[in-house]
Write a protein of this length. Sequence first.
Length: 316
Amino acid sequence: MGQPRRGRPAQCTGPRLGCGVNGRVSRRTALAAGAAGLGVAGVAAATAAGLTPLGQALQVLGVTTDSPVTQVGSLRVERVHSAARGRDVDLVLFLPSKKPPPDLPMSLMLHGLHGNARSAAPSGLLKQLATDVARKAVPAYGYVAVDGGDNYWHEVRPGDDPMAMLLEEVPRWLAARGLGGAHGLPFACAGVSMGGFGAMVYGRRRAERRQPPEAIAAISPALITNWPEMAKRHIFTGQSDWTSLDPLRHLTALRGIPTALWCGTEDSFITGVRRYIAATHPAVGYTAKGIHSDTFFHSVVPSLVSFVGKHVPRAV
């Protein structure tokens, strides 16, 4: 997209929201920008020049508008006690609107190594979710994240079992908040890096309980192909502890569950991801140029929201 020529006043190039008569920025745009404080001049200029739609400009500045496609969703953070983990944890809810429908279907979102519930989602997830729900590209649903520690979502030390928290406690927490249906059971599980590994293990555990989720989604899952490399993380008690969970050694565990994997070709986990894709032929097996970073994670957020959205259970 071309840049405005220097030395000429910025003008609206067409009938855009926020443009007044004679190509001037409307009073509404000026007031919204003025209320936002620092950074207004650059954003207002971009808006006036037609380079940035008003809705996007106001989102950058923290101002909301009435247009449904510019809503940024609702983020709620609570502190709850997990008996399974023996500690208080953050419970983070990513909701498509401030007033979601009753019994809103929920998917888990599992964080990566050295992460937590607040950092679990790749950047742009909430905005993409809210926008897609508002324009009816996907049914209304949300995500829930919890603090799982740096233990690949399994019990490393007695009394700290994040998988039990996901299976036993999260449904109760959701149901108590009117989310996830009568039993609060997440219909899907997504995760990034270590969280992708955990999502695949979670899907297996649900299947073993004869309560398989509707979908599993893993962004750059930590599928390490050899024990010496995994041992460097000092997570598992030994090789047998790791192999008992490793998705690459349990290739049929998610059979019948729609599964999606995304990974950058310069990611250190790409070898394991390619092996899993070749062996299981998941519903989505996407690889593209990228490293293990939020830049790549963010790039696949639209696909993630769409994939999980396709598997939202129909209301009975």
